[in-house]
Design a protein. Structure first.
Length: 384
């Protein structure tokens, strides 16, 4: 546990009027405190020696297949120049690197007109990304690091995309108490942080359920039913909708439609913590050293997107999406004898993990568009 971060959170609680903070504020500090937050500190480790796997950590295939989809989008938009790719939450920068490699080798015409913008707030991550992508900067590839405030309204012509971003947004936690919707707060207990229940901190929490079409609470939900509300995702959709003039929003993440997310039997919500590939449900340990995450409510992304001019193009799962973009051909090519046996096994395992219906393959892929008419079916959605 980061004692400095624990002290910062403790002081924040003590300074509050009621000696408590919302869970969303606690989660925001644990993950995004500028110096000691899990993501902001630059100590996040992904892969076999880290806390969790992501699709890009399994090899270049994920980024290369995304490059195929971006080329398809570019052509669908009549090849605008420049074409902006806005990566939101770029991690170490490895996904961008894989995209650049593939475009250089297969679609140099797109790479030539590309404006690649990385939206990143953590200085430590920006440093990692810039070091990894330095060879591409030296090749004069147009890469820049910006905040949303630096991007003019209605200026993006291209595609905004993210992989496992929305699941890391801080969330409110709510609970059903005596038939009423209440909120979880964090205060100081005898042995550390503890939770208390209080009134809703904002009326937006009740408005959220109206947005996603879920009647909550009702008699179908038991006393103590607990779940999450991701208001940050709504704010994010509003921002993307305002900044995007013409093009696409591609969101890849794990989650459910609202009717499954807020099913009465999912009475403990979806919040999980990851620490050295161990999964648990206690966000009050390993503070600043573990991931805290929740599933994504894709219905909320669709409904909020509609409010801000984003039309649903299609929804599918990662396995089907990547197969439609050519992953099956890559699997078939492994039998051509060009690689040694051990390398074939390693590559096959990585590709299968990307489409595993019990793992990464069941991730949701939501594509929305703005300002586009008479568009053809995108390659990645041809099975939809």
């Amino acid at each position: 546990m980061s004692n400095k971060l624990k002290n910062i959170i403790t002081n924040r609680i003590k300074a509050s009027r009621e000696q408590r903070i919302t869970f969303v504020e606690y989660m925001n500090l644990a993950l995004y405190h500028p110096n000691y937050g899990y993501y902001s500190s630059g100590k996040v480790k992904i892969g076999s020696r880290g806390d969790f796997f992501t699709s890009p950590s399994l090899g270049a295939d994920f980024g290369e297949l995304l490059a195929v989809q971006f080329r398809d989008m570019w052509e669908n938009m009549a090849c605008p120049a420049p074409f902006m790719l806005v990566e939101m939450g770029a991690g170490s920068g490895i996904l961008a690197q894989d995209i650049f490699h593939y475009l250089e080798n297969h679609y140099p015409d797109l790479l030539q007109v590309l404006q690649y913008v990385i939206l990143e707030e953590a200085p430590a991550l920006i440093t990692q990304q810039q070091e990894l992508l330095q060879p591409w900067l030296e090749k004069k590839i147009n890469i820049s690091w910006k905040g949303w405030e630096e991007i003019p309204t209605g200026s993006i012509i291209g595609c905004c995309f993210s992989n496992e971003l929305v699941d890391a947004f801080p969330v409110h936690q709510v609970i059903l108490e005596k038939g009423k919707l209440r909120e979880i707060y964090v205060t100081i207990g005898a042995e550390g942080f503890k939770e208390v229940i209080g009134e809703l901190s904002t009326p937006r929490l009740e408005e959220y359920f109206a947005l996603v079409g879920v009647e909550f609470p009702t008699n179908a939900y038991r006393e103590g039913y607990r779940t999450e509300v991701n208001l940050a995702a709504l704010n994010w959709l509003k921002t993307v909708g305002e900044k995007l003039h013409r093009g696409y929003l591609l969101t890849i993440d794990y989650g459910y439609p609202a009717v499954k997310y807020y099913h009465p039997q999912r009475e403990k919500g979806t919040l999980l913590c990851y620490y050295q590939h161990r999964r648990h449900q206690n966000p009050y340990v390993n503070i600043g050293k573990q991931d805290i995450t929740t599933h994504v409510d894709f219905t909320a992304l669709e409904r909020q997107g509609e409010r801000w001019g984003l039309t649903k193009v299609g929804f599918t799962h990662q396995g089907l999406f990547l197969m439609a973009l050519g992953l099956g051909d890559r699997l078939a090519a492994l039998s051509n004898g060009m690689l040694d046996f051990q390398e074939v096994l390693k590559r096959r395992d990585a590709l299968h993990q990307l489409i595993d219906p019990m793992g990464l393959g069941k991730f949701g892929v939501l594509i929305q568009s703005k300002g586009l008419e008479n568009i053809h079916r995108l390659k990645g959605l041809k099975h939809v």
